[in-house]
Write a protein that binds this ligand. Structure first.
Ligand SMILES: Cc1cc2nc3c(=O)[nH]c(=O)nc-3n(C[C@H](O)[C@H](O)[C@H](O)COP(=O)(O)OP(=O)(O)OC[C@H]3O[C@@H](n4cnc5c(N)ncnc54)[C@H](O)[C@@H]3O)c2cc1C
Length: 434
């Protein structure tokens, strides 16, 4: 028997994979039921459809939009449009997408128990024991913790002492129906290094503000938001999150990029782990999947795809491990599997973010390169569409920019010294708040 904590994309895919292999699995979820909301932009690179072929038919029941046009803007106003022949990004609303994934898990045979907030976790030699806020106890020989960025299971079992402030971003966004806030339906609009209201005492003009702003069109809604690394937000941004959001929407309206206005009740700031995966996202009888393990692309803040990939690998590791070998072999089997598939891209995404934001001219250069070098642009799009491997794209980009590659390597060595567990500066944000 396996318990999966958290029914987001990581937990739902883990539970579905286990149930389909005939493993009895219980999926515990804090929310009172589905559909439930999760603050998220809801943009997923289209490769999710080739990586999870069972997904496409289930999407027919929800509102989706496929985009093939990306507008990219730098901190000094330079911009480019990257367009592809086929869709590159799948847009979904999390309130619908997560419900569909959970239904996939329960249809496969998983037992869903909602309204269970785990507050304590303890590992004994034979079992993991979980306790809910209302006093209920659950135990199983294996637990997959997919309980998101604030993972209580990871905290209680000492697998994550807390994210350093430079390893999380605060993302402020709203999802509003098109009749109230509207934007071009064909284009994903992203502004890297977007300068919201700056604190003039601390503002460093060499660096780009470490974050981005975006307009993500959905079929019937529009998502608009700004995200910043928490360090930057605390030191350099001199405003309340919703005041920033209102100013951002007004700025977009002035530029003719949106019509209508911001709606306060649709606005939710939330945290994303952007410092790369934990060194050991799992130990003994417990595996961490999705945000709980830090599986988010540090540059794009894309996390849904990695949550699904790591949820599946966690489940497959359980299926492949004999019960007597669980304490000694389960976690290493899981680590090998996720590292093989997404380890390099997640590591590089953090390095690329740090490298680019350290000097605003670098973002301008990347935008200029995308404008003038269609080969690089095409290889990045091939990757987003699942037509090229990450390693292949990486080789092509590095061959074209060896100096950047050398700098990334140096940053990589530095990054390893700053990973969670090596830093005392942590955040302890209550779930759901920033
Ligand atoms: C504002 C914002 C915008 C984003 N935009 C994008 C985007 O456009 N594209 C993208 O790919 N990613 C985006 N992300 C990141 C993405 O949302 C996450 O990476 C993704 O949701 C991770 O999935 P998960 O299953 O690991 O965790 P979650 O989706 O967070 O699911 C965790 C689940 O666990 C439950 N849970 C939590 N604690 C407990 C507990 N103690 N007991 C029981 N259950 C519990 C929660 O209720 C939740 O259902 C964004 C994030 C934010 C904050």
């Amino acid at each position: 028997m396996v318990i999966v904590v958290g029914a987001g994309p990581a937990g739902a895919v883990a539970a579905r994979t286990l149930a389909r292999a005939g493993v009895p699995v219980t999926l515990l979820e804090r929310a009172a039921g589905f559909p439930r909301n999760k603050p998220c932009g809801g943009g997923i690179s289209i490769r999710v459809l080739s990586r999870f072929p069972w997904l496409e038919p289930t999407l027919a029941s929800i509102a989706t939009l496929r985009l093939s046009r990306l507008y990219l803007e730098g901190p000094d106003g330079d911009s480019t449009v990257i367009a592809s022949d086929n869709a590159a990004v799948l847009m979904i609303r999390r309130v619908e997408f997560d419900a569909v994934l959970v239904r996939e898990a329960t249809d496969a045979g998983a037992t869903l128990v909602t309204g269970v907030e785990i507050v304590r976790a303890k590992a004994t030699p034979d079992l993991v024991v979980l306790e809910a806020r209302d006093g209920r106890r659950f135990e199983a020989p294996v637990v997959i913790a997919a309980d998101g960025v604030h993972s209580i299971v990871a905290r209680r079992l000492g697998l994550n002492p807390g994210w350093p402030p430079g390893s999380v971003a605060v993302d402020m966004m709203e999802e509003t129906p098109r009749d109230t806030l509207d934007a071009d339906r064909s284009t994903l609009w992203v502004s890297y290094g977007y300068a919201a209201r700056a604190n003039s005492r601390t503002h460093d003009t060499t660096r780009a503000p470490e974050g981005y702003a975006y307009i993500f069109p959905k079929r019937d809604h529009v998502n608009v938001g700004i995200g910043y690394v928490l360090d930057h937000f605390r030191a350099d941004v001199d405003a309340h999150p919703y005041a920033l959001q209102q100013e951002f929407v007004a700025h977009l309206r002035d530029r003719g990029l949106v019509t209508g206005g911001s709606v306060r009740k649709n606005f939710t700031p939330f945290i994303i782990p952007v410092g790369g995966p934990l060194k050991r996202p799992g130990d003994g009888r417990v595996l961490l999947a999705g945000d709980a393990g830090g599986f988010v692309n540090g540059f794009t803040a894309e996390g849904i795809y990695y949550a699904m990939v790591t949820g599946e690998h966690a489940a497959r590791a359980v299926i492949a491990t004999a019960p007597r070998d669980i304490p000694s072999r389960l976690a290493s089997r899981y680590h090998k599997a996720w590292r093989r598939e997404v380890g390099a891209e997640l590591r590089d995404s953090v390095l690329v973010r740090r490298y680019l934001f350290a000097d605003r001219r670098r973002i301008a250069r990347v935008i200029a390169a995308a404008r003038h070098d269609p080969a690089i642009t095409r290889s990045v799009l091939d990757y987003a569409m699942g037509r090229a491997s990450y390693a292949g794209v990486r080789r092509r980009v590095i061959a074209g920019a060896p100096v950047v590659a050398a700098r990334l390597l140096i940053d990589h060595v530095r990054t390893r010294l700053l990973q969670p567990g090596n830093s005392r500066a942590t955040i302890s944000t209550p779930p759901g708040q920033v």
